[in-house]
Unconditional design. Structure first.
Length: 258
């Protein structure tokens, strides 16, 4: 079983590239972030024609998350991360898919830091950690996948010294991610590639992709029963090399179906 996460950075403007990637790689489950489309503008029909059942939470201009399942329909569990009923940003979606729980998330960027946006990011991280703990307590297979907007270690950023004060790399954020993983989650890509510099995001500026000046901010965290089934993980870098790409590349894992 192949599960992928992809910050699409505008699902309608990059729909042809998304459909090409789905056809070429055939992932069983896909988490999309940064749809940048209101609820009624999500291209559900096109994705369904491509063989995918869809569940989405849109938002005009910014944010937005979706879960796609090949040949199946995701069964909704949550359309919002618990802990703040006044939070109107579309950043979290949770569904039952193929015998497991899939949590698709788009964690806030948090810049400039310090400031209100950074405070919101830290609060969101706390809410995510609380939900993650609850999911582990259920003792069911769970994958949390998405754009976490954090580089966990120096190995996950091309020039660590330039990012020390950025909201994606400040110690408070890295510590929050470490506490989350320490609940019992496995960072799938890093667990199989412990010493490699592997990036999932490259800015559009200054030929960052061509220079491989990237960041690893898109992650798939696995509950213990899924971690035991992990066989492969990687990044589809070629998608970032195409014309008018997202600034992210899809990240994928493969699980033994048992």
């Amino acid at each position: 079983m192949r599960i992928a996460t992809f910050n699409i950075n505008g699902v309608n403007s990059r729909l042809p590239a998304l459909l090409d990637w789905l056809e070429a790689t055939g992932p069983d489950v896909v988490c999309l972030q940064e749809l940048k489309a209101p609820q009624d503008r999500f291209p559900a029909a096109a994705l369904e024609r491509a063989g995918y059942g869809v569940l989405w939470r849109g938002q005009a201009r910014w944010n937005g998350v979706a879960i796609l399942a090949r040949g199946a329909t995701p069964e909704p569990i949550l359309h919002q991360l618990p802990g703040d009923p006044d939070d109107a940003q579309s950043r979290y979606l949770e569904a039952a898919v193929r015998g497991m729980i899939v949590a698709c998330l788009y964690l806030p960027n948090g810049n400039p830091a310090p400031g209100p946006k950074f405070d919101y990011k830290l609060r969101w991280f706390e809410r995510l950690a609380s939900r993650a703990r609850t999911l582990l307590d259920h003792k069911v297979p769970v994958v949390m996948a998405g754009d976490f907007n954090v580089m966990p270690t120096d190995l996950d950023v091309y020039a660590p010294e330039r990012w020390r004060d950025d909201a994606l790399f400040r110690p408070e954020v890295r510590e929050a991610y470490a506490r989350l993983v320490d609940q019992g989650w496995t960072d799938a890509l890093r667990s199989l590639h412990p010493g490699e510099r592997i990036y999932t995001f490259w800015k559009y500026l200054r030929q960052a992709f061509e220079r491989d000046a990237g960041l690893r901010i898109d992650h798939l965290l696995l509950s213990p029963d899924l971690a035991s089934r992990l066989t492969a993980a990687g990044v589809d870098r070629q998608v970032r090399a195409q014309p008018r790409p997202s600034d992210h590349a899809p990240v994928w894992i493969e699980l033994d179906r048992n």
